[in-house]
Write a protein that binds this ligand. Structure first.
Ligand code: IPE
Ligand code: IPE
Ligand code: MG
Length: 229
């Protein structure tokens, strides 16, 4: 039996809009509350003995299909979030990184993202990754094109893993909130042997206590990686 510690956690934060709708609020209120949950979960992960990396899905390559006002709100919220949470990253020794094509964002937001990465790059307790304008297929395609540009005629799995933006490939556990049971173009290469956990909880209601219970569940699973237990 292979018992592996949880090192890389990935989270699809879903259900912000439904959380707001249930309260008769605008969807934006759900996103605001959702951003606070990211902070709580990050603080938990920084203190956790085995988690090294947590990767949150914050904006997908498909989310541009949403109404312009919602997209604009999400961009502003991200800027505010990074500005406000820099202190959380520093106090908890957390290194911030973005994956995805952030060049589609405003120069001001790109600058905020780069600055946050720069200011936190020496922190060592946790790598906190936000997937921003991220798509799994786009990431793989980009990696392959990079290898072609380097002159490679034949690529190995190791080459592709190394050319991806996500620094640590393999996901141990993928959690999706809100009862939806799909991957929505997230970390397609990296989830190849991930354990999945789907919870009905809407992201704004998610708590570090629930995460703790999910991790206990994960630790009781047997991961065989194709072998025998
Ligand atoms: C997840 O919540 C946040 C983002 C995708 C940015 P949703 O906004 O998808 O919430 P629901 O799925 O509509 O409830
Ligand atoms: C996935 O949620 C993307 C993020 C959480 C950022 P969506 O709500 O966009 O996914 P679908 O459209 O329901 O699959
Ligand atoms: Mg959704």
């Amino acid at each position: 039996m292979i018992k592996q510690p949880l090192q890389h956690l990935a989270v699809i934060m879903d259900g912000n809009g439904r959380w707001a709708a249930q309260r008769g609020l605008n969807r934006t209120k759900g996103h605001e509350k959702g951003a606070e949950i990211i902070r709580d979960v990050t603080t938990y992960c920084a203190k956790h003995p085995s988690i090294e990396t947590v990767t949150f899905y914050a904006f997908s390559t498909e989310n541009w299909k949403r109404p312009k006002l919602e997209v604009e709100f999400l961009m502003k919220l991200l800027d505010r979030y990074l500005q406000k949470e820099l202190v959380t990253y520093q106090e908890n020794n957390v290194k911030f990184m973005a994956i995805g094509d952030i060049e589609a964002f405003s120069p001001k937001l790109q600058e905020r993202i780069r600055l946050t990465e720069e200011k936190t790059r020496h922190n060592t307790d946790l790598i906190h990754i936000l997937a921003l304008n991220y798509g799994g297929r786009a990431e793989i395609t980009h990696a392959v094109n990079r290898l072609i540009a380097e002159g490679k005629k034949h690529v190995t799995e190791k080459d592709i893993s190394g050319a991806l933006q996500t620094p640590y490939s393999d996901i141990d556990l993928l959690i999706r909130t809100s009862g939806e049971e799909r991957v929505s173009n997230y970390l397609l290469w990296q989830i190849s042997y991930a354990e999945f956990y789907f919870t009905e909880t809407l992201w704004p209601d998610f708590t570090p206590q629930e995460l703790d219970e999910i991790i206990t569940d994960f630790e009781q699973r047997t991961r065989r990686f194709g072998g025998l237990s």
